[in-house]
Design a protein around this ligand. Structure first.
Ligand code: FES
Length: 186
């Protein structure tokens, strides 16, 4: 569908609204750079940054390090220690293909290849419009449904390569219906 990108367009621009939102959040913490305990809030700031940007690229980590007056290495050490932080961009719609043993022996690699072809990106990449990303996962605990794919929170079992286009189209239709319903009830 489109080319891949490795970084969101926002992340070299510290005047970007996402950076302003992060700065607004950091301001509420009243960080005192003289206080050795200021790092107590570092993890919550990283969480907030990941919520805002979707991931934690170098530019965001450096920005946070400067806000806390600590080294870049200290921030990147925390980011790499906790596996819920990611430095890889994700799409708004995250396709995860399980490549655990049960899924693999049932053809998950072919399912992954089909998603890659349909979306025009490889696992670990994001479409240029930031809409889709693909990841491969280890066992997600639903081996009876192998091969398993999740798209955001939705689980698809016994997925065949020939069903990949239908799955994506149905997901998009359901998403747009949900958005319309929310608009009606707003
Ligand atoms: S191996 Fe895929 S769900 Fe267990």
């Amino acid at each position: 569908m489109s080319d891949s990108v490795q970084n969101s367009p926002c992340c070299g621009e510290t005047g970007h609204p996402s950076f302003l939102a992060l700065d607004e959040y950091i301001e509420t913490l009243n960080i005192n750079i003289e206080n050795p305990r200021r790092k107590d809030t570092l993890i919550q700031t990283l969480h907030k940054a990941q919520e805002i940007f979707g991931y934690l690229p170098d530019a965001v980590q450096v920005h946070i390090a400067q806000s806390y007056s600590i080294s870049d290495a200290e921030v990147s050490g925390v980011v790499s220690f906790y596996n819920y932080f990611t430095t890889t961009p994700k799409g708004k719609i995250q396709v995860n293909v399980c490549l655990g043993t049960a899924c693999y022996v049932n053809g998950a690699d072919k399912v992954l290849t089909e998603f890659e072809q349909v979306l025009g990106i490889k696992a670990g990449q994001v479409t240029e419009d930031g809409k889709f990303s693909i990841e491969s996962l280890r066992c997600v605990g639903a081996c009876g449904l192998a091969p398993v794919v999740t798209i955001n929170q939705k689980v698809y079992g016994k997925v065949k390569p020939g069903k990949v286009r239908d799955i994506l189209e149905n997901f998009l239709v359901e998403e747009s219906e949900n958005v319309s319903e929310e608009a009606v009830h707003a």
